[in-house]
Design a protein around this ligand. Structure first.
Ligand code: ADP
Ligand code: ZN
Ligand code: ZN
Length: 833
């Protein structure tokens, strides 16, 4: 028998054939992880197929045998293997790279080799006849003695430990060849317990605390850390993750242990999900009765789940329309059948409330797959999932590849989010939404997509009937009990109205659009329009909170005129130009056109041509200067990179210790903030002019989501949108909460220009440390493609470029790109060098 194997060497194209040894015949299956000889060493590989005969051009004598089976359970299910083939084919990636997407990181390192004394060797009688044994080297003697002493077998890690810094592996190989040792490989078993996070809680009485507080340490620095930790803990009602304490006080685990020894603090292990509102907000443990709109959507999904047919649904409804409640109903139905589910969210650390709702509804049956798990923890989660010990996995895009047996449902929340797309150099290219739709169909599961602002292409597919479109037009907003508890805690009178048996609602917030050109005309050069400034004053004096949102995407290089509001465009192809400060020029990333940085606007001759690049930091300074009485906190990637900082900032804001939150796209996701009554969008346009056909759509999605942040308050709320292009349809539609209106304009525009979903676009990227090489190679490929299009007479195919990529240089590499637009560009490109 012959096995076809994808050898685990990154980016290795193709599969290889190996001979299946007798002892593995019958047990070997597709999906098994094995060791094979490859280029003179042992490599791991995954069995992708078993055949009776070798391929025609390869006589069986030339095949080398598989060395070992590493784990008796396959590392990939048959369904996952098929999905890997699909990813490899669709995204033009080597099969092995698609397969390793489904491994937990470090799987290779988890495999350990076990060495045993050969059977006839156990009594110590030396075998004879082999040259190595007749004159054994000192290391051979040591190794054999070690094995004998330790019961005849040891793992490689144990031998490393016992014989440090010695090259015992070569010696061991020689002994294996001589028949003195046998070896086999296996995967480490998972740790028995799930991820445990240590928590801290203040247990000291106030009197004791007052007594010891000032005399905790002779070191002034330590004294300061310890008191800071105690002060922070004193504010917390419940045990908190120690990471918070570290971030808040600068103390270490050793410091906390110190406090624990004195009986001031209790340290505990508990599976915790860090949610800044945990313990402060009511989370329904039982399913509430569905509202009428929810019930009619659910009646469409239920039959698909009951059968084993696959089904794909798009659930469209504004934030707070009750989509998550539908996901929960679907989960309940699937779990009741003994099947399992995967729930994907764009970014897990930004959706703690959602995670907590799932965990509250299905306690003990959920595992969270997130980026803060370390390698060992991920491996454990993976092992538990493979063993069927987990019923639901919630996580970011890669959670789609969890090896859950009996999968019945895949949920993708916020399906429009870019985080679902993985692009090199981050890793293998794939889109989790497309992969999920394909996977669900392949295994007969239901795929449920949800969004307030569906991707235009997804909505288009739903309208064409490829997905079932379900609309939840009205807001639910909140469970009656949650609203009541919030109102009581904050001492407010809620303006929400009943909307179902246990549901409360409120209308979408009014959105005001402010024309920033007018502000300039009256000489207001600050970042705040007069309208926003007044509204901020009102909000602060009413002791309410405000969010200021800054769209920073690509802002550093976007060029536009402050007087006519026009982005500067390429004379050849109308693509907005980007500014490259280094070269002091403007570049078109579509056709390669470049021109010197202009002094005046080509349209209206104004000299106020700006390279837009306001950062959050500068904005914070401006707010502080204009509103000295306000406490301002900043929330963006730079700040939240530190572990724990993110929760801390939110905690500060949700507990009312800050008045204004300044942030970037991150604040569009996430939380319900009951005291926020004003959302100000500082610059609604940035992003509209980016050289990407999706830029308008992204801007619309973002503005709609940011607008949805306001008006979730018990007190209602308002949104102020500042813009230089008030007449732009994306801004008009976002301010009217009008998805349908936006969709109609956008889809017509794309149809006109032949953009997706009408034709597809592929980007080929060439990277090289030498600028000329990157350009030259891209040029060669572009010429080949043009030939193909001509030879094969392909209609509707076009190339743009080669041109420098949007990020023309990353690190030391120069990047050139070619855009291929065609009905099926993958077929056109497949097989190119
Ligand atoms: P979405 O996912 O569309 O943003 P959610 O499902 O999170 O909406 O619903 C918004 C809020 O309303 C949540 O707090 C949820 O608990 C509550 N809710 C949703 N449906 C109901 C219902 N039928 N009865 C009571 N509360 C509900
Ligand atoms: Zn102008
Ligand atoms: Zn151009």
């Amino acid at each position: 028998m012959v096995a076809e194997i994808a050898v685990n060497v990154a980016s290795l194209v193709g599969t290889f054939h190996f001979y299946v040894p007798r002892d593995l015949e019958g047990s070997l299956q597709a999906g098994h992880l094995v060791t094979v000889p490859f280029s003179g060493r042992d490599a791991q590989g995954v069995v992708v197929g078993l055949h009776d005969d070798p391929p025609d051009d390869l006589p069986i004598e030339r095949l080398r045998p598989i060395i070992d089976l590493i784990d008796p359970a396959p590392v990939l299910t048959r369904a996952q293997l098929d999905l890997a083939y699909w990813i490899s084919h669709t995204y033009l990636t080597p099969l092995i790279d698609a397969i390793t997407l489904m491994f937990p990181p470090g799987l290779a390192r988890q495999a350990e080799t076990v060495f045993c004394l050969a059977a006839d060797d156990e009594d110590g009688s030396a075998a004879t006849g082999s040259p190595e044994v007749r004159s054994p080297s000192p290391l051979q003697v040591n190794l054999l003695a070690l094995l004998e002493k330790r019961g005849g077998s040891l793992r490689s890690g144990q031998i490393d430990h016992a014989l440090p810094r010695q090259n015992w592996r070569t010696t061991a190989q020689a002994l294996v060849r001589a028949g003195r040792l046998t070896k086999f490989t296996r995967l480490e078993a998972p740790a028995l317990r799930a991820k445990q996070i240590r928590t801290a809680r203040l247990i000291a009485e106030a009197a004791l605390l007052a007594q010891v507080r000032e005399h905790l340490s002779r070191s002034a620095a330590k004294q300061e850390r310890l008191t800071a930790a105690l002060d922070f803990l004193a504010e917390q009602a419940r045990p908190v993750d120690v990471a918070w304490v570290y971030a808040a006080s600068g103390c270490s685990l050793a410091d906390l242990r110190d406090l624990a020894e004195r009986g001031l603090v209790d340290l505990a292990d508990a599976e915790v999900w860090r949610d800044p509102l945990a313990g402060r907000e009511f989370v329904a443990e039982a399913a509430p009765p569905l509202t009428a709109a929810q019930a009619s959507a659910w009646e469409r999904i239920r039959p698909a789940l009951a059968g084993t047919d696959s089904g794909a649904f798009l659930l469209h409804g504004v934030t707070g329309a009750g989509k998550t409640e539908i996901y929960l109903s679907a989960l309940e139905a699937v779990l009741a059948q003994g099947r399992r589910a995967i729930v994907l969210v764009p970014e897990i650390s930004l959706t703690p409330q959602t995670v907590r709702r799932f965990a509250a509804r299905f306690p003990g049956r959920i595992a969270v797959w997130h980026s803060q798990l370390n390698e060992g923890e991920r491996y454990d989660t993976w092992r538990r999932a493979r063993a069927g010990l987990v019923d639901v996995i919630i996580g970011a895009r890669s959670a789609l590849f969890a090896p859950l047996p009996g999968l019945g449902l895949i949920v993708l929340d916020e399906e429009h989010d870019e985080a679902y797309k993985q692009d090199p150099p981050q890793g293998v290219a794939y889109h989790a939404r497309e992969a999920a739709l394909h996977y669900a169909k392949q295994i007969g599961a239901v795929c449920l997509l949800g969004s307030a602002t569906p991707d235009v292409a997804t909505y288009f597919r739903a309208r064409r009937g490829e997905l079932t479109l379900l609309e939840l037009p009205r807001r639910v907003m909140g469970h009656t009990q949650k609203i009541q508890e919030q109102a009581a805690r904050l001492n407010l009178t809620s303006v929400f109205r009943p909307a179902g048996e246990l549901a409360q609602s409120i209308d979408l917030p009014p959105v005001e659009v402010v024309d920033m050109r007018q502000e300039l005309r009256v000489g207001n050069l600050s970042s705040f329009s007069r309208r926003l400034s007044t509204a901020l004053h009102e909000t602060l004096s009413a002791r309410r909170q405000a969010i200021l949102f800054l769209n920073r995407r690509g802002s550093a290089s976007f060029v536009f005129c402050r007087d006519c509001g026009q982005p500067l465009k390429c004379p050849n192809c109308e693509t907005p130009l980007t500014h490259h400060a280094g070269a002091r020029e403007l570049q078109c990333h579509h056709c390669g056109h470049h021109e010197p940085q202009p002094e005046a606007c080509p349209k209206c001759n104004s000299r106020r041509v700006k390279y837009f690049g306001l950062g959050t930091e500068k904005l914070v300074d401006e707010v502080r200067a204009a509103f000295p009485e306000a406490t301002v906190v900043r929330w963006d990637r730079d700040v939240t990179r530190t572990r724990g900082a993110h929760e801390l900032i939110l905690h500060q804001f949700t507990s009312g210790q800050a008045d204004v939150l300044v942030g970037t796209q991150m604040i569009a996701k996430g939380l319900d903030l009951p005291l926020v009554t004003l959302v100000g969008v500082i610059s609604a346009d940035v992003g509209l002019g980016l050289p990407d056909f999706r830029a308008t759509e992204r801007n619309f999605q973002l503005l709609t989501q940011v607008a949805g942040r306001a008006g979730r308050s018990l007190l209602g709320g308002q949104v102020i949108l500042q813009t230089f292009q008030p007449e732009h349809y994306a801004i008009q539609a976002a301010s009217a909460h009008d998805y349908a209106g936006f969709y109609a304009r956008e889809i017509a525009y794309r149809k006109d220009l032949g953009y997706p979903p009408f034709r597809r676009l592929i980007r080929l990227l060439y990277r090289h440390t030498q600028a000329e090489r990157a350009e030259a190679e891209a040029g060669v490929v572009a010429a080949q493609l043009r030939m193909r299009i001509k030879d094969q007479k392909i209609v509707g195919a076009e190339l743009a470029g080669p041109a420098p990529a949007f990020f023309g240089k990353i690190g030391l590499e120069y990047r050139w790109q070619i855009l291929v637009r065609a009905p099926d560009p993958a077929t056109l490109v497949r097989g190119l060098p």
